[in-house]
Design a protein around this ligand. Sequence first.
Ligand code: 5GP
Length: 127
Amino acid sequence: MAYVYDDTNIFARILRGEIPNKTVYETEHTLAFADIAPKAPAHVLVIPKGPYVTYDHFCAAASAEEIVDFSRAVAEVVKLVGAEAHSGGKGFRAITNAGEHGVQEVPHFHLHILAGRNIGPMILSED
Ligand code: 5GP
């Protein structure tokens, strides 16, 4: 079944400039901005500007140019928040939630970059 993109979602509204955001980094195909409810000292959301619902949707349907642009933007954001583990930073966690079991709140693909403290265990226990 094809993905159905709901263009009334909050990130689509941010991309249209209808809702303000704290932009961290922007390119032709990608926007990175501060999460409104940060879970770490640095909590940045990196989103493609195209209408992709989930990470797998983006990987399957985005152009090579969009995918490269997004990936390079992630690298820039990690650098901007000082989390490059290979050059003095203490690292980060990247999370993307998809669908019901992934507990995705906003149906526009986004990668959470969390940094600035030890983020703890990867997931909580199953119960
Ligand atoms: P999800 O659960 O879909 O992976 O994460 C959605 C994220 O979007 C949450 O961390 C939430 O705090 C963030 N968020 C929701 N609404 C807004 C908003 O209007 N502005 C910003 N900057 N972040 C938002």
